[in-house]
Design a protein around this ligand. Structure first.
Ligand SMILES: N[C@@H](CCC(=O)N[C@@H](CS)C(=O)NCC(=O)O)C(=O)O
Length: 220
């Protein structure tokens, strides 16, 4: 039995969805974010020094890092074509890209957006101007480039890797959902269509029931 350590409103929603897609028996151990800081509770740090979600316990081992967990769970299934094949290489690219390239600017945007309201009242206008400057000069164009890349990739076949649904689509759900909650997708029809199709999958719906409220499900 697989135990999924799930943090509300987080990347671990993808692992519940993947377990549903693969038909793996699992149980969810829920961990709740601190309502003020939104950080993970100590219960996750007791399982791993970094204390991040997701973490899974499988066959007596504790696994961390979403891409590594996805590769471990999907190995041997149709969602992860064999290493060394063109299809396998394509899926692996997106497994690395999602957390290695797409998420850093999204997290940076989230963190920067909280700076003005945390700043002392007197310097708040300066903080707001600084954040707007970073966004205009770097973050905005960077995020646009990523969103354009998703649109380009999805326009070819409707899926991130190859002609069918794979682990790449599960892995990319979190950055695309986070990105689209903060961007206008009207000029990106392939991305909107993909979001509607993944959100309609029965396994995705079952994962929402198992994982609890998740705002990414409203993206699109
Ligand atoms: N690259 C890591 C990122 C893990 C991560 O940052 N998880 C977030 C949840 S979305 C977390 O645990 N945040 C709470 C905290 O940092 O306290 C992965 O994909 O597993």
């Amino acid at each position: 039995m697989l135990t999924i350590h799930h943090l509300n409103e987080s990347r671990s929603q993808r692992i519940i969805w993947l377990a549903e897609e693969l038909g793996l028996p699992y149980r969810v151990t829920a961990h709740s974010r601190d309502p003020r800081s939104h950080l993970a509770p100590d219960s996750l740090r007791r399982l791993h020094p970094l204390g991040k979600a997701p973490m899974v316990e499988h066959r007596g081992r504790m696994l961390a890092e979403t891409g590594a967990i996805v590769a471990h769970l999907a190995r041997g299934s149709a969602l992860l074509p064999p290493e060394g094949t063109e299809a396998g290489d394509a899926v692996r690219y997106w497994l690395h890209y999602a957390e290695g390239s797409a998420m850093p600017p999204l997290v940076m945007k989230l963190v920067l957006s909280t700076i003005p309201q945390r700043a002392p009242l007197l310097v708040r206008p300066v903080a707001r101007a600084l954040v707007a400057g970073v966004h205009k000069a770097y973050l905005g164009p960077e995020l646009d480039r990523h969103a354009d890349w998703w649109e380009h990739a999805l326009a070819a076949t409707g899926w991130f890797a190859g002609h069918d649904f794979t682990a790449a689509d599960v892995m990319m759900s979190f950055p695309v959902e986070m990105g689209s909650l903060r961007a206008d997708l009207s000029g990106r029809p392939a991305t909107r269509d993909w979001l509607a199709r993944i959100h309609a999958r029965p396994a995705y719906r079952r994962a929402l029931t198992a994982g609890g409220p998740y705002s990414g499900a409203a993206a699109g």
